[in-house]
Design a protein around this ligand. Structure first.
Ligand code: FES
Length: 173
């Protein structure tokens, strides 16, 4: 199913359940949790369902910085900039990610492999500074750890690629 259609069906089903969905932020959070971002069509459909103007819904969504409006990368990287992490130089960690990925916070790499976002405290302050690689929490972040994570992904990607090349060679042979 095309993603747009999937978003619309999900919203349809979400609003069809008994519980009253009156809190716009909660609705938007649920939508983003499901699809990783808020699409224009999704925002429009939420506005229709809640009887609100699209401008109102868009205004609320852009007010909170946890919402994103473009699909995340294959590896969504999130850097915690909560207080404990901030004290432990989290901004330097963010800068190193930005340099290595050649994007800024809130952006996605051209190959759509990585997206980079900030998050508030993820509840692992004793491990500060903290970052998330997908769902994996990584503590004691340092520039060398970032380099290691990127290298691991690169190795994994090239293994996957050579695996799929081999299978396509086998299929054709
Ligand atoms: S402030 Fe970063 S995990 Fe709590």
């Amino acid at each position: 199913m095309e993603e747009n259609q999937e978003v619309l069906s999900w919203i349809e089903e979400y609003f069809s359940t008994d519980t009253h969905k009156t809190n716009l932020v909660c609705v938007l959070l649920a939508l983003q949790e499901k699809f990783g971002y808020l699409s224009k069509e999704g925002l429009q459909a939420v506005a229709d369902k809640m009887g609100l103007s699209p401008a109102n819904v868009f205004g609320v969504a852009t007010f909170y910085n946890q919402f994103r409006f473009i699909p995340p990368g294959k590896h969504p990287i999130k850097v915690c900039l909560g207080t404990a992490c901030h004290i432990k130089q989290a901004s330097k960690i963010m800068e190193h990610w930005e340099r290595r990925l050649d994007i800024h916070e809130g952006e996605v790499t051209d190959d759509r492999e990585y997206s980079l976002d900030r998050v508030a405290c993820v509840g692992c302050c004793t491990l500060a500074p903290v970052a998330l690689d997908g769902d994996v929490v990584i503590g004691d972040m340092s520039p060398s750890k970032i380099d290691g994570i990127l290298l691991q992904h690169k190795i994994k990607n090239s293994k996957e690629k050579s695996g799929s090349d081999n299978s396509s060679t086998n299929e054709s042979g």
